[in-house]
Design a protein around this ligand. Structure first.
Ligand SMILES: [Zn+2]
Length: 246
C-alpha cells in the first residue's frame, strides 16, 4: 500500500546486535551503537510510529507491520499513547535473553506522548538468511509480522496494570497480535506446522512452556485466544495481572 511512511531526515549510526527468533529484553541500558552506516528515520502514516533504516523498502514493510499491529490492538481496547521507534539493523545485540530476529527493549521510558519505546529488528536481507520462520519460507509478509510482534510488545508495555507482567503474559499478547494481523493464508500455513487445539487455560502457559518452544507457545496461545470464552475478556485479565502470574 502506498504512503505508509514519509522520510524525515538522516541518521548515521547503527545498532550492534546478534540473535535469532523473537526476543524480549529487559534492560534500562541504551542499545549499543557502534556500527557506522547511513540510516534514515521515516515516520509511518500510523500515528506514533517511526522507523530507522538504511533501506526504504525495509522501512515500508516495518510500517505495514506496525500499522497492522496497532489496528488490531486499538480494536481490542489498547491505548496507544507513547511513540514507538523501530530500529532496523543488520545484526541484533548479544545481551538479550532469547536468540532473536527482533526484540523489544523493555525500559523505564514513560507512557505518554513525550516518551518513546524502542524495538529492534533485523534488516529484511538479514532475516531472509534464516531461510525459514515458523517452518515456512521467509518472505516480505513474514517480515512485517516480525515487526508486528515487537510493536505489540512496545504497545502492551504501557497497557499492563501490573508493574512486572510475566514473560508469558507479554508473549501471549505479542504472538496473538502478530497472528491476528497476519495474512490469513500465511497464518494458515503456519498453523498447519504446529498441530494442536490451543492451550486450555493459563495453567498451561508457564514461563517454562514458553521457553521450551516459543514459536509453538505462540501458535497455541493464538488458538487459545480464538476460543469463545477467551478473546478480549482474556486480554483484560492478562493486563490486570489476574492470569499468567509467575
Ligand atoms: Zn516476543
Amino acid at each position: 500500500m502506498k504512503n505508509w511512511f514519509r522520510s524525515s531526515g538522516a541518521v548515521a549510526c547503527a545498532v550492534s546486535v546478534a540473535f535469532v527468533g523473537i526476543g524480549l529484553m529487559r534492560s534500562d541500558a541504551p542499545p549499543v551503537r557502534d556500527e557506522a552506516m547511513e540510516r534514515h528515520e521515516v515516520r509511518c502514516d500510523t500515528q506514533n510510529i517511526s522507523v530507522l533504516s538504511s533501506d526504504p523498502a525495509d522501512a515500508k514493510l516495518a510500517c505495514e507491520g506496525a500499522h497492522d499491529a496497532i489496528n488490531f490492538l486499538s480494536a481490542q481496547g489498547f491505548e496507544i499513547v507513547h511513540r514507538v521507534s523501530i530500529v532496523i539493523a543488520p545484526k541484533l545485540p548479544l545481551a538479550g535473553r532469547d536468540s532473536a530476529a527482533g526484540l523489544y527493549l523493555d525500559s523505564t521510558a514513560g507512557c505518554n506522548s513525550e516518551s518513546a519505546r524502542e524495538v529492534q529488528v533485523l534488516s529484511f536481507s538479514a532475516f531472509k538468511k534464516l531461510k525459514n520462520w515458523f517452518h515456512i519460507p521467509i518472505d516480505a509478509s513474514l517480515y512485517s509480522s516480525l515487526v508486528a510482534h515487537e510493536v505489540a510488545h512496545a504497545i502492551s508495555a504501557c497497557n499492563f496494570k501490573v508493574a512486572m507482567p510475566s514473560i508469558q503474559a507479554q508473549e501471549y499478547i505479542a504472538y496473538v497480535t502478530m497472528f491476528a494481523a497476519m495474512a490469513p493464508a500465511i497464518r494458515e500455513r503456519i498453523l498447519q506446522q504446529y498441530p494442536g487445539h490451543g492451550f486450555d487455560g493459563d495453567w498451561q502457559m508457564s514461563t517454562t512452556i514458553y521457553l521450551l518452544d516459543p514459536m509453538r507457545f505462540g501458535v497455541q496461545a493464538y488458538r487459545h485466544f480464538l476460543k469463545p470464552a477467551n478473546g478480549r475478556s482474556y486480554w483484560r485479565a492478562i493486563l490486570a495481572g489476574e492470569v499468567m502470574i509467575e
